[in-house]
Design a protein around this ligand. Structure first.
Ligand code: GCO
Ligand code: MG
Length: 455
């Protein structure tokens, strides 16, 4: 194998610095590499030992570079230039997370050590007495992920190395193919397969529950509800979903994995019916067949289908995932890792899943910030029971606002091979994309008679 420039560089560096600090040199090389992608302030903190670096500031950053409110937390330390980033994105209530970080976690964490991540997590988690909610968990996640980022920088290695190292070369992912007609959906799936090299594609007819199929619902004609409310007709949604699976299999045969998100929009018994009807088309998984409130239906569902089930993006509390996981009632865990408090708890969920053959499929659409994507992928690289990773298609200015964010090639996600999470934020640029006014509409779902329906 021809000695790459990399090797020549490395040999030169070690020569100049002398073996004593080879480790530091390697880290510096890593940091050098990343600097291209990183903000200028970065420098190597490798080999500086863990104690006594202290937290000096915990700051929320709210930005919307692609029209979705993202909350990123920056943890600053008493070491000049040493800081970490973490995702705290709960886009539906972004301002409340910002307040929780600013008014509670900043004063709480001031002066605390950066290296005692587990202790910091447990003590902060119980500091509100009431716990396990989306706002406080997201706020805590921002700090937790940032502390892993800092520890990686101090150790001079990517976070996946701290989590046990790679068990695969990259992260297999899936894309979102949707359209208003079955043909449009299958065409979009073809784009992912043939132009992007994806092996896994999620297919949806219209938005979740195919609400575009219901026009002039009776409750609106009767002046009930709000004109912007969305409406689901379960039969139309189920038939449409069966049709897109049918047409996709006709076009691609088994040369593609097909995923679908029911998004908890059906009555459990209808979800069982739909899953039985698409079973012949061999879905990779059906996601959120029931709402977290209907977890009790899982056993009934499991008894009636062999279709793999994915669940969990709405989970905040261990009470929601523990027993169904231990009872092997689903196959993929879809948690939005900031919703449960970050990398520290997510690693525990992943490790637990290993014993019940539940694989990871962390939540990763647009309302997971690029920092959250990096955190997802570092875990994905390190855990044995990885399943698949959701990720959207990102465009500028996102890459400029978040230098070092994971990239996708041929349906695989690659993290930036740099110390920590490998990602940074350009705060000046982020300020150019102030938060948007959140649009609730998509959650305002009703049945044709106006009955509120879980979104
Ligand atoms: C998914 C999800 C999302 C959510 C969204 C809520 O599987 O990607 O269901 O699309 O609806 O994250 O804000
Ligand atoms: Mg979903």
């Amino acid at each position: 194998m021809k000695e790459s420039d990399n090797h020549i560089e490395r040999r030169k560096l070690i020569k100049t610095l002398g073996l004593g600090s080879a480790a530091g040199a390697f880290a510096m090389l890593g940091a050098e590499k990343a600097r291209g992608a990183h903000h200028e302030e970065q420098k190597s903190f490798a080999g500086m030992g863990m104690d006594p670096v202290k937290i000096t500031k915990v700051r929320p950053i709210l930005t919307a570079p692609y029209g979705i409110n993202l909350v990123v937390v920056k943890v600053e330390t008493d070491q000049p230039g040493l800081y970490g980033l973490g995702c705290a994105t709960f886009t539906q209530r972004a301002h409340t997370v910002v307040a929780a970080v600013k008014d509670y976690l900043d004063p709480y964490f001031k002066g605390k050590r950066v290296n005692t991540i587990e202790d910091n997590w447990q003590m902060a988690y119980q500091s509100s007495y009431w716990r396990n909610g989306p706002v406080l968990n997201n706020a805590l996640s921002g700090v937790d992920q940032a502390l892993w980022d800092i520890k990686g920088k101090m150790a001079g290695m990517p976070v996946y190395e701290l989590l046990g190292g790679k068990t695969r070369f990259a992260v297999d992912c899936y894309g979102h193919a949707s359209g208003n007609t079955p043909e449009e959906v299958v065409d979009r799936a073809q784009f992912f397969k043939e132009e992007r090299g994806y092996r896994n594609v999620r297919i949806q007819l219209g938005g979740y529950g195919s609400t575009h199929l219901t026009e002039n619902p009776p409750y609106k004609n009767a002046g009930f509800g709000h004109p912007d409310d969305r409406t689901i007709t379960p039969r139309a949604y189920i038939n449409g979903t069966v049709e897109i699976f049918k047409q996709a299999r006709e076009r691609f045969g088994d040369d593609i994995e097909l995923l679908h998100d029911t998004h908890e929009r059906l009555q459990p018994v209808d979800a069982i019916d739909m899953i039985q009807r698409v079973q012949e088309y061999r879905p990779f998984f059906i996601e959120d067949p029931v709402s977290p409130e209907n977890i009790g239906w899982f056993r009934k569902l499991r008894e009636q289908t062999s279709v793999p089930i994915a669940m969990g993006e709405l989970f905040n509390s261990p009470h929601e995932w523990l027993e169904p996981m231990a009872d092997r009632l689903y196959d993929y865990i879809r948690i939005h890792i900031s919703q449960i408090g970050g990398i520290t708890p997510a690693m525990k969920v992943a490790r637990l899943g290993e014993w019940f053959n539940v694989r990871t499929a962390w939540h990763g659409p647009g309302d997971t910030s690029p920092v959250g994507h990096a955190a997802n992928c570092h875990i994905d690289l390190a855990v044995w029971n990885f399943g698949v990773q959701e990720i959207g298609i990102y465009k500028e200015p996102t890459f400029e606002v978040f230098p070092g964010m994971p990239t996708v090639k041929d349906g695989f996600i690659f993290v930036n091979e740099a110390p920590g999470l490998g990602i940074d934020i350009n705060e000046e640029l982020a300020k150019k994309y102030p938060p948007i006014v959140y649009n609730y509409n998509w959650t305002q779902l009703r049945g044709i008679d106006g009955t509120p329906t879980r979104p």
